[in-house]
Design a protein around this ligand. Structure first.
Ligand SMILES: Cc1cc2nc3c(=O)[nH]c(=O)nc-3n(C[C@H](O)[C@H](O)[C@H](O)COP(=O)(O)O)c2cc1C
Length: 196
């Protein structure tokens, strides 16, 4: 097995050291090499750092506040505190990469069966890109965190990003300031069924 698969952890504490642009580009290159449904490559990456990151955090905070008062995702209210924590992690990380799906269908719309399948296939493709990115970060000695709490500020961040498409996920990148142990995983015997 690749050592990056074994050693990767979600990193939630970062050193205040900047990351070389060449490393960020290598991570993005790895994302772009991911397989995708019908080779649609449904991704646009937006790299946010420095003063742009400060503005982005303000926008996300505004979104989280609006979500508390007027939730777009009412059944996810128990996760609001987790989203506030994710925002703090994003504040510490020197780099935040947003992934926008240029072929995405707004979450405000109800989907028919074909549209759902199209969305599922594109989401899997983006997941493959994200995994390539997080493993490459590990390989380069960097920490990363895959983030979907951005959905709590979905409209606000989509407007701020100002890219054609729908926000899907974000990833923080930076030098880790923690060494978390491996998080528990289900045993293979509980999750695998063989048909022979
Ligand atoms: C699709 C996806 C979304 C995630 N969103 C968040 C998030 O918004 N905030 C966060 O702190 N962690 C987030 N995580 C990280 C998971 O909590 C983490 O991967 C899981 O607990 C296992 O820990 P490990 O990555 O260290 O193995 C996300 C992971 C994935 C794959």
């Amino acid at each position: 097995m690749l050592s990056a698969i074994i050693n990767r952890r979600s990193i939630r504490k970062y050193k205040s050291i900047s990351v070389d642009r060449a490393m960020i580009e290598e991570i993005l290159q790895a994302g772009s090499l991911a397989p995708s449904s019908k080779n649609r490559q449904p991704w646009t990456f937006v790299v946010v750092m420095g003063t742009a990151k400060k503005t982005m955090l303000e926008i996300m905070e505004k979104g989280l506040k609006r979500e508390k008062e007027n939730p777009l995702l009412p059944e996810s209210i128990p996760y609001h505190s987790g989203a506030a924590y994710t925002l703090q992690i994003m504040e510490q990380a020197p780099v935040v990469i947003f992934v926008v799906n240029p072929l995405g269908i707004s979450i405000h719309r109800t989907l028919n069966a074909e549209e759902r399948i199209y969305e599922i296939c594109n989401a899997q493709s983006i997941g493959a890109a994200m995994e390539n990115m997080t493993l490459t970060a590990t390989e380069l000695g960097l920490g990363s965190l895959w983030i979907c709490d951005t959905y709590f500020a979905y409209d606000e961040l989509n407007r701020w990003l100002n890219v054609d498409g729908e926000l899907i996920a974000a990833m923080t990148i930076g030098y880790a300031n923690e060494t978390p142990p491996a998080r528990p995983r289900k045993k293979l015997e509980d999750i695998v069924q063989w048909r022979v």
